[in-house]
Design a protein around this ligand. Structure first.
Ligand code: EPU
Length: 417
């Protein structure tokens, strides 16, 4: 078991370099097995979700190596085997293998995926996509057996713009016969990253990044290279850290357009940002104004930054209302923030934050990945010592978080207990 200890109140100054995006990398890696040849993916983050996917690759007989963030994947000896439940339920992204194996072999046996417990997270839209392309789905005790005599392109209307269902449908459609159209597709930058990668292997995908994606199936995919885009949620988390404690804190290796909704909200709150082509410099704002935020699919305000920005809202003068529209259970951080001294009330899908409040260190629990990030930010501003337990959740998604924050002046350490 691991925990983080933070001594709060230290300003943050210097540069934080952003890593490759977790939510891109975890889709690109399963996508790679659609190729019949070696593929390479650069800028892979060193996080535990990637290690879990590597285990799945190795279990399937795929040769993998990672050298300084460059991952080489050789799927020539892959076998289509049932992925055991204890591996697939370690992370949500395991279900990208469901699509990639179905696309490659027209058959897959796999269990319901894992992931943070932030809501029900059904996979009905993914299954809708599979069925629209001719697959038959049998579900028994959380195990899915999905088969197709032939995969044939079709029209898929997603009932909500799901990131996972959009990527999964693309992964099957690239090798299906004929043309597939995904309507009401999710528009997240991670989807564009996956489409670009598949196209580099020979796929024919257009429209990724818009709500209509068109895919012309091809017989064979081979080779392929891509670079994982910078992590926009890690970017946002550290920009928020800068708004709380920054003294010319530079967040670099980023794509500012990917955090546009956050930038606009921070400006409303009074935060001054110096935005360059691939960096943002941010300073602590002493006179933060309250604001209201509603989470939405991209380019709306990301649900994955909802918990991190809650910490900043606790430092704003006045009442802020934050509405979570994507997940039913993404306010588990609130109880722990309140233990640190905040004044937040939950009312259904909304929380009401009364600020500013003084935070004083105590022991809290990271219930999920972004709740953990929210509590790290809270610990950085709290007086005295904050202990955050169950920090494994945070290590799933933030590469070298301890080193990155220590390098810019935070007093933070990882402890084994
Ligand atoms: N939904 C359905 N049916 C489906 C799929 C989704 O009802 O078949 C619902 C979900 O329950 C949720 C909403 O649609 O309410 C959005 O789900 P989506 O499928 O878009 O999310 P996801 O693909 O499971 C990815 C990220 C999440 C991120 C969301 C939204 C990965 C591995 N996960 O999840 O990341 O919150 O997109 O942007 O890419 C995180 O990084 O902390 C995280 C949770």
């Amino acid at each position: 078991m691991k925990q983080i200890k933070i001594n709060g109140g230290y300003e943050l100054s210097g540069t934080i370099k952003i890593s490759g995006a977790k939510n891109s990398a975890v889709a690109l890696i399963p996508a790679s097995i659609l190729s019949d040849d070696i593929v390479k993916i650069d800028n892979i983050p060193n996080i535990s979700d990637i290690q879990a996917l590597n285990e799945i690759l190795q279990y399937l007989g795929v040769c993998v190596s990672i050298d300084d963030g460059l991952m080489t994947i050789d799927p020539k000896k892959i076998e289509n085997k049932e992925i055991p439940e204890d591996i697939s339920n370690r992370l949500r992204a395991s279900y990208y293998f469901m699509a990639a194996l179905l696309g490659k072999y027209k058959k897959v046996e796999m269990y319901f995926p894992g992931g943070c417990k932030i809501g029900a997270r059904p996979i009905d839209q993914t299954l809708k996509g599979f069925r629209a392309l001719g697959a038959k789905v049998i579900e028994e005790n959380d195990k899915f057996t999905i088969t197709a005599d032939d995969l044939i392109g079709g029209n898929v209307y997603l009932d909500m713009p799901s990131v996972g269902a959009t990527i999964n449908t693309m992964l099957v459609a690239v090798k299906a016969k004929g043309k597939t159209v995904i309507e009401n597709a999710a528009k997240e930058p991670e989807i564009v990253n996956v489409a670009t990668f598949l196209n580099s292997m020979g796929a024919k995908i257009t429209g990724a990044g818009t709500s209509t994606i068109k895919i012309k199936g091809v017989d064979r995919l081979s080779g392929g290279f891509c670079e994982v885009i910078p992590d926009r949620i890690e970017t946002g988390t550290y920009i928020i850290a800068g708004a709380l404690l920054g003294n010319n804190l530079k967040i670099e290796n980023i794509i500012p357009e990917h955090v546009e909704s956050l930038i606009l909200k921070l400006k409303e709150m009074g935060v001054k940002l110096n935005i360059g082509k691939n960096y943002i410099i941010v300073n602590k704002c002493n006179n933060l104004k309250s604001t209201n935020i509603r989470t939405l699919g991209y380019p709306g305000f990301p649900t994955d930054l909802q918990q991190p920005i809650t910490t900043l809202l606790t430092q704003c003068t006045g009442v802020s209302v934050l509405e979570e529209t994507i997940y039913e259970n993404r306010f588990q951080n609130v109880e722990h923030l309140n233990k640190l001294g905040t004044d937040i009330k939950i009312a259904g899908k909304k929380i009401k934050i009364n600020g500013p409040t003084k935070l004083v260190g105590t022991t809290v629990i990271a219930t999920d990945l972004r709740a953990g990030a929210c509590l790290v930010l809270a610990g950085l501003i709290a007086e005295g010592e904050t202990i955050i337990k169950d920090i494994e959740h945070v290590l799933r998604g933030y590469e070298n978080i301890i080193e990155k924050l220590t390098n810019v002046g935070a007093k933070i350490e990882l402890q084994e207990i």
